[in-house]
Design a protein around this ligand. Structure first.
Ligand code: EPU
Length: 419
């Protein structure tokens, strides 16, 4: 599948934000930690969720789909901790399942996990963390085996890891005794996960801060939870307006979770009015905006996932800006594709590039390398002159539900085509 986009576009109208991919995946995993069914609402209809569900079904969980993005997970008949190699290669986040699987079976097998081509995605922090909880870990080729009855532990993350924090949180919630996670990730998906688990009887304090304390419990009851709004999708829509110009109302979002990107867009000269109570952001922009340096950081800093769309917006801004990507060494490689469209970006090293704008982009044929660079290319295509073809739509579908229809509703000339 590929997308065909004809630009340039001026954005106008209203677009609603879907539930967050990176909230849905750990909440689905939490379904394996519970002793009773969990109902998750506002689950985005995206490929990564479909892959996670397939893996969980293969392990013996029963997942039923209701209307409007509701999924119910019943893990009562879970029978195995062996993650299926043909599916783990498609989804890096399958590692989150290890926490509940170890808590329930005392064993799990992880074939090499896959995911985006954005840099090295090692699992050393998971291995180190599990060892701290008393799990024996052996690595044979591409397969990692985890065995043992976990005990409560204090684990200090040497590097902040989002899914690492979620995985140990899920393990500790079901492991009797007092555990602590230090230098924990603080992304909003983590307090959302902890609040849900607490509602099911877990005892977790401090989620959303660098120190999380967990008193493990034997039993977790059933619960219902809604995925929080996708903050990366929110920024992508705002960056689309900054790149193309226009006037957009973004609804069903959480402005507090995108405070830093909104600050940067305002510094670039976009008019941004956020209403946290209503869950809306109104953004208006008339290009060229001003170039502003950006630097990714763990939350509450600028999310690495938000960098590609903002980099596209910078190609349309007046002046020179440094983009410093601090988390992944492969996340700037897509700027070559923007240069092919007419941008002027110098890649200084794997972590830094300099964007000189504004440059008139022209349509061309491209391939989406990963979810976030993929949406960035759609944004670039929307502001480019002429026709663009973006192949490998699957990468965009992994993280963005029904994107062509939603972008069409705000003025983008986009359609999907069989390759
Ligand atoms: N890292 C290690 N060893 C590990 C794990 C991570 O060195 O064992 C390094 C990574 O290489 C990276 C850094 O630690 O340099 C941070 O990675 P983190 O573990 O936080 O990433 P993640 O948990 O695998 C989640 C999101 C990513 C997002 C990152 C950073 C989910 C399911 N995925 O990944 O989202 O980029 O946090 O915020 O929550 C995306 O949605 O497109 C995406 C890639």
């Amino acid at each position: 599948m590929r997308f065909i986009v004809n630009g340039p576009t001026t954005i106008h109208g209203t677009i609603s934000v879907r539930g967050a991919k990176n909230a849905a995946l750990p909440l689905l995993a939490a379904g394996l930690a519970l002793d009773a069914p969990v109902t998750i609402t506002r689950v985005p209809a995206i490929e990564d969720v479909a892959r996670m569900v397939e893996i969980m079904e293969r392990l013996g969980a029963v997942v039923s789909r209701g209307a409007d993005g509701t999924l119910q997970v019943n893990a009562a008949a879970l029978r195995s901790g062996d993650l299926p190699a043909d599916l783990t290669g498609k989804l890096r986040a399958c590692t989150i399942l290890l926490g509940p699987l170890l808590a329930r079976f005392g064993r799990a097998v992880l074939p090499q996990p896959g995911g985006c081509t954005i840099g090295q995605r090692p699992i050393d922090l998971f291995v180190d963390g599990f060892r701290a909880f008393g799990i024996e870990v052996t690595e044979e080729g591409d397969v990692t085996r985890f065995v043992g009855t976990p005990h409560a532990a204090r684990y200090v993350f040497p590097v902040v890891s989002v899914t690492g924090t979620e995985t140990l949180l899920l393990l500790a919630a079901r492991t009797p005794g007092e555990s602590a996670i230090e230098n924990a990730a603080m992304e909003p998906e983590i307090p959302a996960l902890a609040a849900f688990l607490n509602g099911c009887g877990a005892r977790i304090e401090g989620a959303g801060t660098p120190t999380i304390r967990i008193t493990g419990v034997d039993h977790l009851t059933s619960g219902t939870v809604a995925c929080i709004p996708d903050r990366i999708e929110t920024v992508a829509f705002a960056a689309l307006v900054a790149a193309c110009g226009g006037d957009l109302e973004i609804t069903e979002c959480a402005p507090a979770h995108v405070a830093v990107p909104l600050k940067l867009l305002t510094a670039m000269g976009a008019e941004v009015v956020a209403d946290s109570v209503a869950g809306t952001i109104h953004i208006r922009a008339t290009p060229p905006l001003r170039a502003v340096a950006i630097r990714t950081h763990e939350y509450p800093g600028l999310a690495t996932d938000a960098q590609p769309p903002l980099t596209v917006a910078l190609t349309q801004a007046q002046g020179v800006a440094l983009v410093h990507e601090t988390i992944y060494e492969g996340r700037l490689l897509f700027v070559d594709k923007l240069n092919k469209m007419g941008a002027n970006i110098i890649l200084c090293d794997p972590h830094r590039c300099i964007v000189d704008g504004p440059r008139r982009l022209h349509g061309t044929t491209l391939e989406s390398p990963d979810i976030r660079a993929g949406i960035a290319l759609l944004i670039a295509a929307a502001c480019a002159h002429g026709r663009s073809t973006i192949a490998n739509a699957y990468q965009i579908d992994r993280g963005f539900a029904n994107i062509e229809e939603r972008l069409r509703s705000i003025g983008v000339d986009i359609r999907r085509e069989d390759s």
